[in-house]
Design a protein around this ligand. Sequence first.
Ligand SMILES: Nc1ncnc2c1ncn2[C@@H]1O[C@H](COP(=O)(O)OP(=O)(O)OP(=O)(O)O)[C@@H](O)[C@H]1O
Ligand SMILES: [Mg+2]
Length: 576
Amino acid sequence: MKNSILQQVKQYKGLFIAAPILMIASGLLETMIPLMTTHIVDDGIQQNNISEVLRWGGFMLIFAVSALICALIGNVYSAKASSGLAANLRDALFVRVQKFSFANLDKYGVSSLVTRQTTDVTNIQTAAQTVLTQFFKTPVAVVYSLILTIQLNGKLSLVLMIGVVIIGVLLTLIIVKSIKMYRQVYVDYDKLNQRVQENVTGIRVVKSFAREKKECDGFDESAETVRRGFVKVERLLALNNPIMMLALEFCFVGIAWIGAQFISVGDMTTGDLTGFITYAFQIMSYMAMLVLSFVQLAASFASIRRVQEILNDEPTIKDPENPVSEMNDGAIAFEHVSFRYGEGNGKNVLEDVDLTIRSGEMVGIVGATGSSKTSLINLISRLYDVKEGKVIVGGHDVREYSADALTQNIAVVLQKNVLFSGTIRENLEWGKSNATEEDFAAAARLACADGFIAEKEAGLDSVIEQGGANLSGGQRQRLCLARALIKKPAILILDDALSALDTATESKIRTSLREDMPEMTKLIITQRVGSVQEADRILVLDKGRVSGFDTHENLLKTCAVYRELCAAAEGREAAS
Ligand SMILES: Nc1ncnc2c1ncn2[C@@H]1O[C@H](COP(=O)(O)OP(=O)(O)OP(=O)(O)O)[C@@H](O)[C@H]1O
Ligand SMILES: [Mg+2]
């Protein structure tokens, strides 16, 4: 898999191998220590031999320090490896999302994409850290401890093993149950995240509708569900300790009782028994650690799956093998085009659209809200692909162009304008990175933005806040238009992009577009039917079908839908 999570581990391969090896070494070294206690007790204390005590004590110190150093380096390596993995994952996700088409983005939604790039990656990082430090070390240490206890006393180790198996089974049951519970908690957690995202992004709307109380109540409920879920899992996991303690007590009583008998008949030394009990302790504590790391790993499975899903998802729109990079002119043709959103067999939002637009023509596009005006123009700049038929621009199917060629030659000012934080100049440079002063001036003049830019103290270098919050709606629209015009596109599409302007300014812009950019094909979607009357032709859409495509005068005669739209517009004007 080219884009798997494992791919992102590659860069830190060395650390990912070295860390568990060091941790295993520290576990083995730690495990040897009780063996030395047996010598200290048997050969030193019981024989009253101080030099033996010191000798074995010295060994013990060396082993303990070595174990500590291994664990220390192992932990540092694990931290480096897991945070490196997280950084790579965030990068890979970000790059992938940038490549996504509109259809890909529709599928996930913004908040889910944000959660995947933040919370989910953090979960994976934590799990990676735990796996590297605990997952390999603890089983090896448990097995090695058991082998050493067999050497100390085979029969007694049997008692210990029975204890280990019983605890193992009980803990496995807990793990399995808690993994299931965790899965549910993470589903709820996701919903909570989504709520936060949606509300904080739309906080102004929430406030203007005085929905705060309702939203808070809804949030409380989600937060409470998540809390209950976590408490339930934690309660189950808390059972770990009492079970461990109980099993430990039983084991110790058994070991001490049987051990004492062995000592009395001379089959075992006191030192061996001390060592044995220490091992029993060590084994149990390792097992407890193993359980926790299991649970953490399981909790991250959902995150792994969600991140993997993004990494594996191919952008639905890609450049063809030998893309066309030049666009001859701004002619547009739709050949029996049908289109619907998403996969599957949903309802078509465009049905058998068949039309041609000459290069340089000014076309008004009108139709009731939801009549698929935006959907239609989205196909021209290939934000989505058609389901049936063909969209031909400048003599080629849009699917034959490189994405660059399309963005260079087709400028769209969307219904929802977005400006970015930075200066006005920087925002206009999105349209053309090497724009000259003349380019800026010409674009600003065409978009009627020169006036208010000049009024600003810093002119082109005035700062725009995020989303253009410090500009008026009309100023924002004019800057977006200037940003589109600066690249001198073959086709300009305005999707209700002049709606915030007064009719006089709007008409001035339309006139200068027509007179100064005669070569450029201009598609103007508008709710104000009156404002496109002088367009070369007007396209009337009705429920995803073309209901008329002609001049204003002809449409008045032939198209009932158009007459209705005009009548409604006149009614509005008369009322105001
Ligand atoms: N991203 C999307 N995913 C699914 N359905 C969509 C999406 N965008 C639009 N639609 C649906 O497609 C249909 C046409 O929508 P479209 O936005 O093209 O209408 P419109 O004519 O531009 O309306 P308006 O005048 O309100 O902007 C609507 O029924 C809408 O629900
Ligand atoms: Mg629209």
